[in-house]
Design a protein. Structure first.
Length: 347
């Protein structure tokens, strides 16, 4: 994490007799190597999460039902306008989360981390609920001691606010990113209520639309099979690089990069503008798993699961659409070993 950490603080949530308690920190953490290491590890875990959502703060005109009103956006504004010190802002935010936990009856011990930092010319605020776990440490006298440790790898409640984009592009729908929760009543739903925001652009839907647009573009441009395959691969690589950097995809930039490797009279951006209501938005977050459809075939059903790189079609993999038969030449080593053992053949 090549970032300039400006403020950071941690508040503790604990359980006692079936109640959730809060202990607020009186001052920010010293900016040292340990804090930088903590934030770097959290950033790595956060960026590696396969599914993230994107949101914006609620507006007066929004019709959004919440069980408990949140004034987190107002607190953030007051701090950002220097009407609140970071410590006061964080303490009030922790108390707000405490109210939410009490309302929902959630007994979850852990630590609330708030940190502001500057990276690549942009200001950010990260808000994360860090779970804890019991562990053991070796003391200075080589004795074994029991301790409570942060379980950063298990974090499920975390969000990052791009403060610069929030201020400069208030109409944006994606200046907040957050970890998507599981099915049903999502864990992230509760955290979004605490932050006072609502999901904006859906990364999966936007990525699926991009996949469909790329296929349609290749068809309308009548690209030969090799060029169409190269187009899909290039789009995936460009988008994947943006995903790894935590950056959205911009149609204009994507189009310009494609034109360098696959020059066409009609650029991808021009094609997109001609799609009317089906056009991609100018800028959107992506979902990595959805984008893999550009370079990989995969599917499952009826007890069968198959996945292979699109480059293999026509070489190691043949498909006959008349008989719906898939022929694979050269099975993966681990699958081959299982099959040979099943048939009693020495592998």
């Amino acid at each position: 994490m090549h970032a300039e950490v400006q403020h950071s603080i941690i508040h503790q949530f604990y359980t006692n007799d079936g109640q959730i308690g809060l202990r607020v920190a009186p001052a920010t953490l010293a900016i040292n190597d340990e804090v930088s290491l903590l934030l770097e590890e959290l950033t790595q875990v956060y960026q590696a999460k396969p599914s993230k959502g994107y949101a914006r703060f609620l507006r007066a005109e929004d019709e959004h039902e919440v069980s408990v009103e949140s004034n987190f956006p107002e607190l953030l504004t007051q701090w950002h306008q220097q009407q609140l010190e970071f410590v006061d802002f964080s303490q009030q935010s922790a108390k707000l989360l405490h109210q939410q936990l009490q309302h929902y009856g959630i007994l979850e011990a852990g630590f609330l981390l708030l940190a502001s930092y500057r990276e690549r010319g942009q200001d950010y605020l990260v808000v994360a609920f860090l779970p804890s776990q019991d562990g053991v440490t070796i003391a200075a006298d080589l004795s074994v001691d029991r301790s409570s440790q942060l379980a950063i790898s298990k974090v499920q409640l975390a969000a990052s606010v791009n403060l610069t984009e929030w201020q400069e592009e208030p109409e944006s729908n994606s200046y907040i990113s957050f970890i998507k929760g599981r099915a049903g009543r999502k864990v992230s739903d509760f955290f979004l209520d605490f932050l006072g925001c609502a999901e904006g652009l859906n990364a999966k839907k936007q990525s699926q639309q991009l996949v469909e647009s790329v296929h349609k573009y290749a068809q309308e441009e009548q690209l030969p099979a090799d060029e169409a395959r190269q187009l899909r691969k290039s789009v995936y690589e460009i988008c994947d690089q943006q995903w790894q950097q935590g950056e959205p995809v911009r149609v204009k930039d994507l189009s310009e990069q494609l034109r360098e490797s696959l020059p066409r009279e009609r650029s991808f951006a021009d094609f997109n503008q001609q799609q009317a209501e089906h056009a991609l938005v100018d800028e959107f977050p992506t979902d990595r798993s959805t984008l893999k459809k550009l370079v990989k075939f995969q599917g499952q059903g009826g007890g069968l699961s198959v996945a292979f790189e699109q480059d293999l079609l026509g070489s190691r993999v043949e498909y006959d659409p008349q008989t719906d038969k898939l022929t694979i030449q050269g099975t993966p080593p681990n699958l081959r070993d299982q099959l040979r053992r099943y048939f009693g053949i020495d592998s």
